[in-house]
Design a protein around this ligand. Structure first.
Ligand code: BGP
Length: 493
């Protein structure tokens, strides 16, 4: 029998990430982490902001930031002070009727230096309190174990994800309690869905964010990126193994940033380019996590890109025996594959892509494509036959507050169009578990570090220097999403 619409148990929710929201960068015993070190200047032009979005962290900037005590130029050090405001914010989410809340756990709150022999009890208590508050307010917890930021010490002392020891610190250390195992043992009963990594394909597009690589330290940068990714694949698989062992019945998802790609024309070469782009940007990662092995096209892909990685005895078995229970992805936009190097470009999440003449773009140049979400859902469900969860989807925009109101009809239009396509995908037979709209509350943008790029249905009065009352205001989209949830996706007017 064809599904008509959203199942009664569909999980409507919202998502944030610790580094973009929490602030309190030196409180509660937290160590300094890699996102605390990203520098932003509110006087930067549009070009400088886009350049710094992906400019690879330099050794000089990294070391300068490690010594910097100031916060104005380090927005991830203050976020929206969710660390102190979470009870108020969760009450707002409860009032909206949210069923699930996604956030990430900050590794540097649990192990301030990453290699500490014992965990930081204040950090564990923060997440016990936060997740208890979610359940008290009727929301399930969707926890991302790692959303880019690792303790800075793991970079300075060990070289970050390039070093296989990171796998030990993340999940397997027999001597110390490792990060993920500590979470499973100490707060595991409070988490309903786990994501070991946010967008495990990010390293390919933004290596500092994805795997904390500093470009000027790398001889063979491309190979270093994929060596880091191999270590993250192992950590992902071992987290699933340890999580299933410590928490029987627990659900672990693999997550990518989904770059849905169309051929520029029906010319076969453009279509072949699309196949290559889809494999390289998306399926390579979900194939490893869901099928448990490097796909057959890896060898040619690596060879033609000059990529060399080192595996160890037993790695293939770890990947094969510990695949994901569901797949998850962020979806903002789609892009175009073209064999024409002069194809017009536009910006996008993590990447600059080819322009699609049939699509409008956001203020930041991201191509808005709701039908692409239906295509992505059908593609991924057909390929893996695993339940899917949309972990991020939303519109970054320059919202304006007038007398305490924010009339963000453009965001309502964006959400309505994407939710309509989600319903179509469910009617196509896709098993879709839930939807956590990205940036349920305004937070600091991850790519361009801009507070002015607002995603939330809740507005936060804070500017790009971290100044403001930090008060929260319900946008028009807050009331709209509340109705959408109450009607289980039926009332989208
Ligand atoms: C994804 C990240 C999120 C969020 C989102 C929006 O890649 O997982 O952390 O940042 O992109 O991007 P931005 O914040 O750059 O607008």
């Amino acid at each position: 029998m064809m599904n008509e619409g959203f199942p009664p148990e569909f999980l409507w929710g919202g998502a944030i990430a610790a580094s973009q929201a929490d602030g309190a960068w030196q409180e509660g015993g937290k160590g300094i982490d890699t996102q605390d070190l990203r520098y932003f200047d509110s006087s930067w032009s549009r070009e400088e902001r886009d350049h710094n979005r992906n400019v690879n962290m330099t050794t000089e900037r990294f070391e300068e930031a490690l010594q910097a005590e100031e916060t104005e130029h380090y927005p991830f050090r203050w976020g929206i002070d969710f660390y102190h405001h979470y009870r108020e914010d969760l009450r707002l989410f409860e009032e909206m009727g949210m069923k699930i809340f996604r956030t990430s756990i900050n590794w540097a709150r649990i192990y301030p230096n990453g290699d500490d022999p014992v965990p930081n009890e204040e950090g564990i208590q923060f997440y016990v309190d936060l997740f208890d508050e979610c359940h008290k307010r009727g929301m399930k917890v969707f926890a991302t174990i790692l959303h880019y930021n690792i303790p800075a010490n793991l970079v300075t002392k060990y070289g970050g994800w390039k070093n296989r020891k990171l796998v030990e610190f993340y999940v397997r250390y027999v001597l110390f309690r490792s990060y993920a195992k500590t979470l499973f043992e100490r707060i595991g009963d409070r988490v309903d869905f786990w994501l070991p990594f946010n967008e495990i394909n990010c390293s390919r597009f933004n290596p500092y964010n994805g795997c904390c690589l500093i470009k000027d330290q790398e001889e063979d940068y491309e190979s270093a990126i994929f060596q880091c990714t191999h270590h993250q694949f192992l950590a992902n698989a071992l987290a699933i193994r340890e999580g299933h062992r410590i928490l029987p019945g627990s659900k672990f998802g693999g997550m990518i940033a989904r770059f849905t790609t169309y051929p520029a024309t029906c010319r076969p070469d453009d279509v072949m380019q699309m196949v290559l782009d889809e494999n390289y940007k998306n399926y390579f990662y979900t194939d490893v996590m869901a099928r448990g092995r490097y796909p057959s096209y890896t060898e040619r892909m690596f060879r033609e890109s000059g990529i060399h990685i080192k595996k160890q005895e037993g790695d293939d078995e770890i990947l094969a025996e510990n695949t994901v229970d569901f797949l998850s992805f962020s979806y903002y936009m789609s892009t175009v594959a073209s064999t024409d190097p002069n194809h017009e470009k536009t910006s996008g999440n993590l990447v600059t892509g080819n322009k699609n003449p049939y699509l409008k773009t956001s203020d930041w140049g991201w191509q808005i494509d709701p039908v692409g979400l239906r295509i992505s859902l059908n593609d991924m469900y057909d390929r893996y036959q695993l339940p899917l969860f949309i972990a991020e989807n939303g519109l970054g925009a320059k919202d304006v507050i007038e007398n305490g109101e924010i009339h963000d009809n453009y965001r309502i239009d964006y959400m309505r169009a994407h939710i309509e396509q989600m319903k179509e995908a469910i009617r196509d037979g896709v098993d879709l578990l839930g939807y956590t709209m990205w940036g349920i509350i305004d937070i600091v943008s991850c790519g361009t570090i801009e507070m002015s790029k607002r995603y939330g249905v809740v507005y936060v009065d804070r500017d790009e220097k971290g100044k403001g009352t930090n008060r929260r205001y319900k946008k028009d989209s807050y009331y709209w999403y509340k109705k959408c949830i109450e009607s289980n996706g039926e009332d989208l007017e």
